[in-house]
Every structure is written in C-alpha cells, then in structure tokens.
Write a new protein. Sequence first.
Length: 230
Amino acid sequence: YAPMFFFLMIRRPPRSTQSRSSAASDVYKRQGLQSAENSKRLFSIDIDKLDLMYESKIPYSDEQYIHMRLGIIFKLWPSFKGLVQSSWSNIRNVVYGIICHLVKPSIICYNQKYTKKFMQLISALVVELLNSKESECRTGALNVLGSVCGLGYDFESLNISLNKTMEFFRRLEIVIPQSIWEMVFNLQSDWDTTNQIASMVLIQLSAPREMARNMFKARLDSIKVLQSQS
C-alpha cells in the first residue's frame, strides 16, 4: 500500500551547504566554531541520565517502554528545538528524522496526563515549521505530523484490512488542532511540489472528513469569486 512509505520517502537528503537565508562568511564561521569549542556546549546531552538501561528486554508495545520513549522526548525536546533552528539544512534534516522516529507510538498509548503535554510540544513545533519561509522546514513539519498520524508505519508485514488501516490514520484527527489542518490544506498550493503532495496525502488520509470537505468547498467558492471578478 503505497502511502505507508510516503513519509519515509519525502525526507530530503542532507546538503553540505547552508540555506541562502542563513549564509555567513568563512571568517564568521571559523570564529563561531572556535567559540563553540571554548565554551560550554548548549545542546550537550548526558545519555547516562536518560534512564535507558534495563536488565532485561521488553517488547516494543510494552507500556513501560512506550513511556520511557516519551520521557526521552520530553528530556531532549529543548535540544531539538534549538537544533531545528540551525542554519545548516543537514542538521535540521537529521533532527526531523530523529523526531519522526520518536513520535511513532500512538499518543493513545500514553498516560492521559502526558498526552496534552506531548501534543502541545508537537503542535508548537509543527506550527513554527509550517510558517517558515524555508521549504525544507515545511517539509520537516509535514514529516513530523505524518509520523504522529501513523504514516511512517510499515503495514505490509501486518495482516490488516484497508478499512482498519484508514481508521488507524484518522485516530488523531480531532486531537490535532484545526488550525494545523488548515495550514496543511493551504500547503497543497505550495510552490514546492514535494510539500504539495505530502500535504495532499495528509489531508486525504488523516484530516477530519467533514473539515476537509468544508475547506475544499471554501477553496472552490473563492476560486469562483475570483473568476467572476476577472
């Protein structure tokens, strides 16, 4: 089923150059690197404090494991927030990939008291990236949102019907704020064809049906008005 692999395919390969909007001189970059070496690293992470060690193996679906991953997300989020603002696109792309992997488990599996905090973090990041002038940032937002909605799963190895799969994709349609769905809908007219296709898949598979119909109808009405005025 093709859409299952879509959000694994649209991530762009890392580039070794900075984005145009954040280009800096070689002198400035050398000074920045020297300064970073001589000062405390802002995003250094002490893995020993992440409570990752277990004496025995536990299954992926185990509640303890799922909440351990959630704890890692909360602890690493300040670093993620800083790194997605990096001027280097390859760093941003790596961070998007890590976030997509960590947010795969359904929030339905989380303890209710953590669900709200998780969605606040994800929503704030997605809105920030969707509003970015950088096309790659908008692509990153669509990847993260797609992973939250379950589009990063590999269903080919599972014996599951198409209807059940579609229900799985729409399990969070109400949890995700309407404002985000509206931004994703508008990206269908993005100048970047990658973002156009990704947003189209998200709207078709994961957005609330009635909301999607209303947004599509409003778009058609606005087009008719513009045509009548021309």
